[in-house]
Design a protein. Structure first.
Length: 142
């Protein structure tokens, strides 16, 4: 199975940590969101374009997170977003946060489901066939 991956380098700032200097659990949600957003951008699209041209918003519908170890203030992290599956109304991502390098220790991992919804009705909306082409996704490969 061919997968489409993106890795976003992230520095841990004071605002990302708790009183002990450890990355606060909600910060991982922001890191994962940024990586998925930059994955979309690396595919030649962005959220505003989707909303304006396709009347589509991408919203997180489910995420399962495993915290495996701490990350600390000033750590260099590498946050991945790897598309593993796509349906007519959802993207499925495996995501991880690694310390120091793209092959470093995994400190957090997640499985995220992102739903495609109509910007006017808020209801699920199918991707157009052109959207798969715009995103450079071969439906047979994911």
């Amino acid at each position: 199975m061919s997968m489409i991956s993106f890795v976003l380098p992230v520095r841990v700032y004071l605002e990302d940590t708790d009183a002990q200097g450890r990355v606060y659990n909600a910060s991982y949600m922001r890191f994962f969101e940024r990586a998925r957003t930059e994955w979309l951008r690396s595919q030649g699209l962005d959220h505003v374009t989707l909303q304006e041209s396709e009347r589509i918003s991408l919203v997180l519908s489910d995420i399962r997170i495993n915290f495996l170890g701490p990350a600390w203030l000033d750590d260099q992290l590498h946050v991945s977003a790897e598309l593993t599956k796509v349906s007519s109304v959802r993207f499925f991502f495996n995501q991880s946060v690694r310390r120091k390098s793209i092959h470093g220790e995994i400190v957090c991992q997640a499985i995220a489901k992102v739903a495609c919804v109509d910007t006017l009705t808020g209801k699920p909306k199918r991707f157009s066939s052109g959207l798969f082409n715009d995103l450079r996704i071969d439906e047979r490969q994911v």
